[in-house]
Design a protein around this ligand. Structure first.
Ligand code: CO
Length: 448
């Protein structure tokens, strides 16, 4: 029986606004409240990584590394946590090992203490390089697996991935339920399974998308989960995390009381309510994203549904939307049941949209071909043989770690950057350029 206080990972500075405000929170919105957050008694503040890096450069005219250093300056007590997509770093395809290593090292040097690492296919080979680099840099390495529902994703399968991650050096394990698919009783069972077989702490990360988030956390807590991810209420619920205040209040007087003071949370939440209003105004954001229990049937996260609908409007086939909902699970099965998370969600979604618009597999994007080739890693199940044939003909699939085929990139990146007029770019700039060359160059042009 776990009788220790439930540890809270506050996500308002990363997933909270990524889920509910299109990742538009600026460092200037954060600074005034950082010391208050630092004093809250959180286990960690998730504040960097995920989509924030891209958003800083692309939309906010901010240097993401500078943001991290500013965060660190104000957060002296609470560890800064980041989300890393394994070999994809913070981008959408695999990078060479030397880029992954430098990126992880610079993240830690600039202020990150806890790195949550995952791979869209739960292929642990895609996490080896970043996990090793994070260990070497002295960070706490949290190995995450993505939760999904399919005939190939039973509790035993997740346990096996978690055990591999522990063997690879994970200091804790995270259940990453990005679409809110994990139901309360299934969470209870999964947490029990993990707790009975593993000695490292277990963290659970859910989204409120299906409306079950609070219940899922409560059952996970009863089953002995160690950490939970929550966001202050203005950036909680709908497609974000359950709210910090509600969970803290729920546990008051319970043996696993978080020890966090509700009045302090209210004060910080009031501050963020103002930030939310301002962001909605400044960026013209949708302020009312409802929960969508349909995600449980179609397994398509809410944000993705609207993206796909837009895509189909552009192709002039918006009327085929009901067919798309049927086509998604079919394509997912044919492509080996990948979990639907960045970047596999986009890959499966686009394929399904093309199938209903042009006919099944009449046009196959390169990303789908690469997935079939094994270039994203091992899919949970075999690719359907006919789809394989249509996509890559008789070309063989690779069965080794995809990044083994990628030559080192750091030197050529530096050379390219020099040729673009930045011969003295520092390491952080080289890494920004590695991930998002066009937006990074646009940023440098303005600021360097
Ligand atoms: Co999330």
């Amino acid at each position: 029986m776990n009788t220790t206080p439930v540890k809270i990972v506050e996500t308002v500075l990363r997933d909270g606004h990524q889920s509910l405000a299109a990742t538009r929170m600026r460092i200037t919105d954060m600074v005034p409240v950082l010391e208050e957050l630092d004093d809250m008694g959180y286990y960690a503040l998730e504040a960097w990584g995920g989509a924030t890096f891209d958003a800083c450069l692309r939309f906010l005219d901010e240097d993401p590394w500078e943001r991290l250093r500013t965060l660190k300056k104000h957060l002296q007590k609470t560890p800064i946590q980041m989300l890393l997509r394994g070999q994809n770093i913070l981008g959408y395809s695999h990078y060479a090992d030397d880029v992954v290593k430098e990126f992880v090292k610079r993240s830690v040097d600039n202020g990150v203490s806890i790195i949550r690492i995952f791979d869209a296919l739960n292929d642990t080979r895609n996490m080896e390089c970043s996990m090793r680099a994070a260990k070497e840099a002295g960070a706490h390495v949290q190995g995450a697996f993505v939760y999904t529902i399919s005939p190939y994703h039973k509790d035993e399968d997740f346990l096996k991935v978690a055990q591999e991650l522990v063997q690879m050096g994970a200091d804790s394990i995270c259940i990453k339920d990005m679409a809110g698919l994990l139901s309360p009783y299934n969470a209870e069972k999964l947490v029990r399974t993990l707790k009975s077989q593993l000695t490292v702490p277990i963290d659970i990360h859910t989204h409120f998308t299906s409306g079950m988030g609070d219940m899922t956390y409560l059952k996970a807590i009863e089953a002995g989960v160690d950490m939970i991810d929550t966001a202050l209420s203005p950036f909680a619920q709908s497609t974000g995390q359950p709210s910090t205040e509600a969970i803290v209040a729920t546990l008051q007087g319970h043996p696993r009381d978080t020890g966090i003071e509700l009045t302090k949370l209210h004060k910080a939440a009031d501050y963020f309510r103002g930030v939310k209003t301002q962001l909605v105004k400044d960026f013209g954001l949708n302020d009312n994203i409802p929960i969508d229990p349909k995600v449980l049937t179609f397994q398509i996260p809410g944000g993705m549904l609207s993206n796909l609908l837009n895509q189909m409007k552009e192709m002039g086939s918006a009327d085929k939307y009901p067919e798309l909902l049927e086509e998604m699970p079919r394509v997912r099965a044919e492509l080996g049941y990948p979990p639907l998370v960045t970047p596999t969600s986009q890959i499966v979604g686009s394929m399904a949209a093309l199938n209903v618009t042009l006919g099944r597999y009449k046009m196959i994007p390169n990303e789908v071909k690469d997935l079939v080739r094994g270039k994203y890693g091992r899919t949970p199940a075999q690719i359907d043989p006919e789809v394989k044939k249509l996509a890559i003909g008789d070309e063989p699939q690779i069965d080794h770690r995809p990044a083994d085929d990628i030559a080192p990139q750091m030197e050529s990146l530096k050379a390219k950057l020099a040729a673009a007029g930045y011969p003295n770019a520092d390491l952080d700039d080289v890494l920004s350029y590695a991930l998002f060359p066009d937006v990074a160059l646009a940023y440098f042009k303005k600021h360097r």
